[in-house]
Design a protein around this ligand. Structure first.
Ligand SMILES: Cc1ncc(COP(=O)(O)O)c(C=O)c1O
Length: 440
């Protein structure tokens, strides 16, 4: 149905200026490979894998067929006190590619649910060990950890917290890791590792024995691809160990090959205690997320529950380990393996980042950042923060390119199946639109 015939009155869209959207709707009707098609039939290149969801490209028949077959076999089963073999198979498959030791998997449906589930696992672990006073978390400014109340508390993005501050949990924020010196750094910045010492400072100020864990995105994605300085994640790991804190990596964006490794923890050789994943777990086809943790954490929780003869975790969702999502995830993992897509991401990355850093001299570009198959393009702000990002994002769509924008940063994260030519087309459109005088 063309956009002109759509009744916009009833669907309240998330994270959207609904008033503006209704005036000039930008919609997709179909997708295939790295292209969307609008209801009017225009083709739009997908520069952000939707929302970092589709590294294998859109419209994968292998995934669609697996979903259809699963719907006709076992469309739904509750996972409270019941089970289905497929979720155990999926957890076992994931364990093969997860960072060493993180082989216990809890399922949910969204990144936000994975984050809140991870928080509860951390709290339950400390309580099981008789350290229930560890109830506070540490996270980082500019971090994004979804929108449930736990994730909202962890969030370091001001707009996502302001309205909800009355109901958030106890979280202390470290500084973000971007510094002026890092401007236009491709890959990991050389400077800034000492920013991890904020964690030690917080441990001293608040008492390490009140802190359950520290949450970070290994690469801060949603804010616009902020790559960790060399040595920063290692230092966080060491401080967390010193003070008995759990280290949680939120890999909702960085997971499944975005950095060239299966997970960013492996890429940066730092293994967390708990890890979240979502989005590319099913190539975006069916909502699904997961939390991976260690046998040590699971064993402690199971042992405490065993003594009391009760369920280990008073937490879970109607759609935890939904069989259709499991089928989509298994088919997705097959595609990643058979097409060696994580290797392809690593091979494609230098060319991709080269093209992005070729935008350096455009008048409104004030910083470029990138790692693997994700990059951030920081634009000079207009009078109001975020206005430029929003104007440029809309203009890019009209010129045939979809990218995610946060504030005045554009986030480019193409599918790993993109060709060299398609990556060039993306940057050509970026160059053309960013060069337009009326957007300056
Ligand atoms: C790092 C991170 N955590 C959590 C989330 C929330 O995921 P969802 O939107 O699926 O709830 C996101 C979403 O972009 C994310 O980037």
């Amino acid at each position: 149905m063309p956009a002109a015939q759509t009744n916009f009155a009833h669907h309240w869209m998330p994270f959207t200026n609904n008033r503006l959207f209704r005036e000039t709707p930008q919609m997709f009707a179909r997708a295939e490979g790295v292209h969307y098609v609008t209801p009017e039939g225009d083709t739009i290149l997908d520069g952000s894998s939707g929302l970092f969801c589709t590294p294998a490209g859109h419209g994968r028949r292998e995934i669609a067929d697996a979903v259809h077959a699963q719907l006709m076999t076992l469309d739904y089963t509750p996972h409270f006190q019941r089970g289905a073999p497929i979720s155990f198979t999926l957890a076992e498959r994931l364990a093969e590619i997860l960072p060493e030791g993180l082989d216990r998997v809890f399922f949910a449906s969204s990144g936000s649910e994975a984050v809140d589930s991870a928080m509860k696992i951390c709290l339950t672990y400390h309580r099981a060990r008789g350290e229930g006073q560890r109830s506070r978390f540490v996270s980082r400014n500019w971090g994004y950890h979804g929108v449930n109340l736990g994730g909202t508390s962890l969030a370091g993005m001001v707009n996502n917290r302001r309205e909800f501050s009355g109901v958030t949990c106890d979280v202390v924020h470290m500084r973000h890791t971007w510094t002026e010196e890092q401007r236009y750094t491709c890959g990991q910045p050389e400077t800034g590792a000492e920013l991890a010492d904020d964690l030690e400072e917080i441990c001293r100020t608040f008492g390490a024995d009140t802190i359950a864990g520290v949450f970070v995105e290994p690469i801060a994605g949603s804010i616009g691809t902020i790559v960790p300085p060399k040595g920063y994640l290692e230092r966080l790991r060491a401080i967390a160990d010193k003070y008995g804190l759990l280290l949680i990596f939120d890999e909702v964006i960085t997971g499944f090959g975005r950095t060239g490794s299966a997970f960013a923890g492996q890429e940066f050789s730092v293994t967390p205690d708990v890890m979240t994943m979502a989005k590319a777990l099913t190539n975006g086809a069916v909502p699904m997320s997961a939390v991976a943790t260690t046998a040590k954490i699971q064993d402690a929780i199971f042992a405490a529950a065993g003594e009391a003869d009760r369920p280990e975790l008073f937490h879970g969702y109607t759609y935890s380990a939904h069989p259709v999502a499991c089928a989509a995830a298994l088919a997705t993992l097959d595609v990643y393996r058979d097409e060696k897509l994580f290797d392809r991401a690593r091979d494609l990355s230098p060319r991709f980042l080269d093209l992005i850093f070729g935008l350096r001299n455009l008048p409104q570009v004030v910083d470029l950042r990138g790692y693997g198959m994700m990059a951030g393009i920081q634009l000079a702000p207009a009078d109001k923060p975020g206005l430029k990002g929003s104007l440029v994002q809309r203009a890019l769509f009209d010129a045939g390119l979809h990218v995610k924008a946060t504030g005045d940063a554009l986030i480019v994260a193409p599918a790993f199946v993109a060709t060299d030519g398609e990556l060039e087309q993306m940057t050509d459109i970026l160059r053309r639109v960013l060069g337009r005088a009326e957007l300056h």
